[in-house]
Design a protein around this ligand. Structure first.
Ligand SMILES: Nc1ncnc2c1ncn2[C@@H]1O[C@H](COP(=O)(O)OP(=O)(O)OP(=O)(O)O)[C@@H](O)[C@H]1O
Ligand SMILES: [Mg+2]
Length: 627
């Protein structure tokens, strides 16, 4: 074996060291994320989390009361039945009263049946309430997120935003379900049992209760330890899923660099880490439950020992001892439930914080209280001395002024990062200007309703996005009621019909899953057709044809020429063909307009434009300069 075969099976030791180092890095990275979002709420009280969750879930008072009553009933049953059994033993079995035995048995059956019904009802009602509440919450969060400005999304990773509506809401649901079904009845049950024990024989009750403090201490110690273990499980799971997300979205890069084997090995390490953490988690609990079992046994021994001596002195009956045994076994349940509640409250607190953060987020751009509906553009758009900054500190645009009349085509050219896309985002009011103003027919767009501004805009963004559905549905997205003739002529104009005619179902072919896979250029044309079909007064093409061949591009140019009357068209382009027919070309440099004029004038007067044209226009060789 002379050659090193990268696709082979063997790992060299150096290779696997490198892999585990990288896996560790990945885990640490996700661990940092998890920790950063965990620190705040972990110190917060479980009860305040619960209050916030209940308020957010908006559970109707009537239903909550019904559940509370059911909980009360369910709590009473385990408290009552040992007393019935005591009665059967002492007054029935020991004194040979058959009638009492039968009566006690009938009562016990009745109670068991009641418990069956109430328990089932509780489960159904609580589940229904919980799911309804989560449904409402999901809708509310989603609707709110739809209202938020584009800036909210540009600042965050999509995976994190998705988690707010999915796993975060699930964590709250878990807490609510626990509270609605178990918590109150367990708590009431514990209280009832203690009271009845002390009432029956306070000395014996006191003795049995001495087992409680060590159990509670033990549980809180376990809880602290399990928190660490739980966190490690969560972190390693986050490591697995974020790596999964990354490799699925980046699969083309992985394949083109032949990194499949490396990513499989990194994934193997991550999932092994997760498996180990899960084993550890079970180990913690493996010792908890036997310990509780042991304490149970101690409590039983105490009842027999001290109860036995009380019985021989006639201070307690045999049935009394039986009841005590039953109560002692149930005494710890509520405390275990409380411990579980605290753990789930902790998870929910983190989730709540994230959801509340979203709900508290105000849209950066919104309708002013006295906003007016803007009529259709008839005359001109102006930017007047516009300054802009995304973060309030770094200036991106400085003193940008220009005017665009209906029927004109305005081109924006400039280096990468100069601020071209930012200018058109301000025209669509995706952001509000920091200084100066943007006017449509003389009206400041901040005084107009968002809907009436954006309704006039047909934006073809830099990265064409297609929704699941047919080509036709994608074109009709901005004009769902448009007749099919409008859709088809938009498809013709944008050059979509050309390639659609070769698809099995033409314009009705589905895109995305199981549908046709379109090329980048075809997606851009589709996105352009969408803007044309919407009948927008302001057409914005942000590198809209960068992936389209020159021949198709010139067809698109003709379509734009046809669409020109009655609209203002803004184009951002790196190609001469797109730019040269513009009425005005704005040369942007570091957020300023440094030169302006039509192509011929700029070629004569602007050294900057000339240099840029020679350097950047990618179709220069195909189409010699005419200036
Ligand atoms: N959402 C954002 N938040 C913060 N800064 C941003 C945001 N979008 C863009 N920027 C910054 O604003 C500047 C201008 O970006 P813009 O997208 O307008 O450039 P561009 O001229 O369209 O570049 P390109 O030709 O590469 O598309 C850049 O420095 C960029 O880093
Ligand atoms: Mg851009």
């Amino acid at each position: 074996m002379g050659k090193r075969d990268r696709g082979g099976k063997g790992h060299s030791p150096a290779d696997s060291r490198e892999l585990s180092r990288r896996a560790e890095e990945a885990i640490r990275k996700s661990a940092r994320h998890a920790r950063a979002s965990d620190t705040g709420p972990s110190r917060r009280l479980a009860w305040s989390t619960l209050r916030r969750a209940m308020a957010l879930a908006e559970i109707p008072v009537g239903h909550a009361t019904l559940l509370l009553l059911l909980a009360l009933a369910l709590a009473a049953l385990p408290v009552i039945s040992p007393r019935l059994e005591q009665w059967a033993i002492d007054d029935g079995i020991r004194s040979g009263e058959y009638r009492i035995i039968v009566a006690a048995c009938l009562w016990l059956i009745a109670l068991a049946l009641f418990q069956l019904g109430a328990g089932a009802a509780q489960g159904i009602v609580a589940n229904r309430l919980g799911q309804d509440a989560m449904d409402r919450l999901r809708r509310r969060v989603f609707a709110h997120m739809q209202r938020l400005s584009i800036g909210f999304y540009e600042r965050r990773e999509p995976g994190k935003i998705i988690a707010r509506v999915t796993s975060d809401i699930d964590a709250i649901n878990e807490l609510l379900r626990m509270v609605l079904t178990g918590l109150f009845s367990d708590f009431l049950k514990g209280l009832g049992i203690s009271i009845i024990m002390f009432a029956a024989n306070w000395r014996l009750a006191l003795l049995v209760h001495t087992v409680l403090p060590p159990i509670i201490l033990l549980m809180s110690a376990f809880r602290r330890r399990s928190e660490r273990v739980f966190r490690r499980v969560r972190e390693s799971l986050a490591g697995v899923s974020s790596y999964l997300h990354e490799t699925i979205t980046g699969i083309r890069v992985i394949k083109s660099f032949s990194r499949e084997r490396v990513s499989a090995a990194i994934f193997a390490d991550l999932t092994e880490h997760y498996a180990r953490a899960s084993v550890n988690q079970v180990r913690v609990f493996a010792s908890l439950f036997p310990t509780i079992q042991f304490m149970h046994s101690i409590a039983l021994v105490m009842v027999f020992w001290y109860g036995g001596s009380l019985a021989s002195a006639g201070a307690i009956t045999l049935g009394g001892i039986w009841a005590f045994v039953r109560y002692s076994l149930m005494l710890f349940d509520p405390w275990r439930a409380l411990a579980e509640f605290a753990a789930s409250a902790q998870r929910a607190a983190v989730a709540l914080d994230r959801i509340i953060e979203v709900l508290d987020e105000e849209p950066l751009v919104s309708d002013a209280p006295d906003a007016v509906a803007l009529p259709s553009l008839t005359d001109r758009i102006r930017m007047e001395g516009v300054d802009f900054s995304y973060d309030g500190r770094t200036p991106i645009l400085r003193d940008v002024s220009f005017e665009a009349r209906v029927g004109e085509v305005i081109a924006l050219v400039g280096a990468t990062g100069a601020g071209k896309s930012t200018i058109v985002k301000l025209l669509a009011r995706l952001y509000d200007v920091t200084g100066g103003r943007v006017t449509f027919d003389g009206v400041d767009i901040r005084r107009a309703t968002l809907g009436s501004v954006r309704g006039q805009i047909g934006m073809v963004p830099q990265d064409a996005f297609l929704f699941a559905g047919s080509l036709r549905e994608n074109i009709a997205y901005g004009a769902p009621d448009a007749p099919s003739s409008v859709i088809e002529s938009a498809a013709d104009a944008a050059g979509v019909s050309e390639f659609a005619s070769r698809l099995p179902d033409g314009l009705d072919s589905p895109v995305h899953e199981r549908g046709v896979r379109l090329s980048d250029g075809q997606r851009q044309l589709l996105s352009l057709a969408r803007a044309l079909a919407s009948g927008a007064r302001v057409l914005i093409l942000d590198e809209a044809t960068s992936s389209v061949d020159l021949f198709t591009e010139s067809a698109v140019q003709r379509a734009l020429e046809e669409a020109r009357p009655g609209r203002v068209t803004f184009v951002i382009a790196h190609r001469l063909a797109t730019v040269r027919s513009a009425d005005e070309i704005l040369v942007i440099e570091e957020g300023r307009i440094v030169d302006r004029g039509d192509h011929a004038a700029l070629m004569r007067s602007s050294a900057r434009y000339r240099a840029m044209a020679l350097r950047r226009f990618t179709d220069l060789e195909e189409e010699p300069w005419s200036a």
